[in-house]
Design a binder for this molecule. Structure first.
Ligand code: 13P
Length: 359
């Protein structure tokens, strides 16, 4: 089958151009269940549907959200008016996407490294997801960073890069934009310098494999981790937004080809504010060869999930919280974010958001 590169390119641009980024709402049932349980929310097919429903039906979010990554369960569910999620998103001008990987499992012959499963029946599964309306995929590989053990190993980098590129090649042949997500583990005690080297190695192997496997770089997006001090290090030792932006961009400029339309960053457990501040600093240093944007799960969903708490009467408040965070993240995506946009307890934001959501 001939691959229509211009169509893939157009989809990739639709996802991240015009000030937009991605909402990663693709937690596996296991992951969302642990997030729900931490907040005392029962995890059932219906509560998971309700949460995803309230997020995507929030009025106005298409201004900042150009694509939503879903998990298999959600792709087959409907929003409250009975419209399937992919069809509903498409009607809002938001590109529906699917995470088809089956998670990271221990890598044989390596103590602490992982590789991602799910390639075997991928062509058949993607054909079905395409029919269900999905137009992009997201495949995550996770790379262990450990200074003492000298990780990542070249072995883990190669295996994961190959798997990732396999997924990308299969996706493009199915008419779907691959969001290639190699993530250098962000927790740990490592320095920002170690994160820089690990991320650069990881992306070097990733792009060499993508090229080797003939993936059309114009028709994909890179999703990756920011270059940061390991999250377990003392707060006082953590690099601030300026250093994070400089080191991350330095890394991207060295190894990400200019043909790639966009780089979207994951939040990885950063606070909402930090995720916005870091993104903002990177955008401000532009223009860059690629669009710099976001693909956040926790930094967009955390507060709305907490406010909702599984209660129907809190749906509207949760939507306001999501609208607010999407708006600020959208400002960061344009390099227009500042800390004083953040809500103070009891601040006017709720009123402002109320008006915007009602509009
Ligand atoms: P976080 O933004 O929470 O790191 O999640 C991103 C992601 O890729 C989820 O699949």
């Amino acid at each position: 089958m001939a691959v229509d590169v211009s169509e893939l390119e157009a989809t990739a641009h639709k996802m991240v151009d015009n000030g937009r980024g991605l909402l990663a709402a693709d937690e596996s049932t296991g992951t969302i269940t642990s997030r729900f349980e931490a907040l005392d929310i029962e995890s059932t097919e219906e509560t998971r549907r309700t949460f995803r429903d309230l997020m995507v039906t929030t009025p106005g979010i298409e201004q900042w959200i150009g694509g939503v990554i879903m998990y298999d369960e959600t792709v087959r569910q409907q929003v409250s008016d009975g419209t399937p999620f992919p069809k509903y998103l498409d009607s809002r001008g938001i590109v529906p996407g699917i995470k088809p990987d089956k998670g990271a499992k221990p890598l044989q012959f390596s103590e602490d490294e992982k590789y991602t499963y799910g390639l075997d029946d991928l062509p058949d599964r993607l054909e079905e997801y395409y029919e269900l309306g999905c137009r992009f995929t997201k495949w995550r590989t996770v790379i262990t960073v450990d200074e003492e053990q000298g990780l990542p190993s070249r072995y883990a980098l190669r295996v994961n890069a190959q798997n990732q590129a396999r997924c990308a090649a299969i996706a493009q042949n199915q008419g779907m934009v691959p969001v290639v997500e190699p993530e250098a583990q962000m927790k740990g005690y490592h320095s920002i310098q170690t994160a820089f080297h690990a991320t650069r190695e990881m992306l070097y192997h990733q792009f060499s494999e993508l090229v080797e496997q003939r993936v059309k770089l114009e028709g994909m997006l890179l999703k990756t981790s920011m270059v940061m001090t390991g999250f377990d290090s003392d707060l006082a030792d953590q690099a601030g937004p300026e250093e994070v932006a400089e080191r991350t961009l330095e890394c991207m400029y060295q190894v990400v080809p200019a043909a790639v339309p966009g780089i979207v960053f994951l939040s990885g457990g950063q606070s909402d504010q930090t995720a916005s501040a870091n993104l903002n600093e990177m955008v401000k240093r532009g223009p860059h060869p690629w669009t710099i944007s976001f693909s956040y799960a926790r930094a967009l969903q955390g507060v709305p999930m907490e406010i909702w708490g599984g209660q129907d009467e809190k749906v509207e408040d949760a939507q306001k919280a999501f609208h607010y965070r999407a708006r600020l993240t959208g400002a960061a995506r344009l390099g227009e974010y500042s800390e004083d946009m953040e809500a103070q307890p009891g601040d006017v934001v709720s009123v402002e958001e109320q008006e915007m959501v009602a509009a």
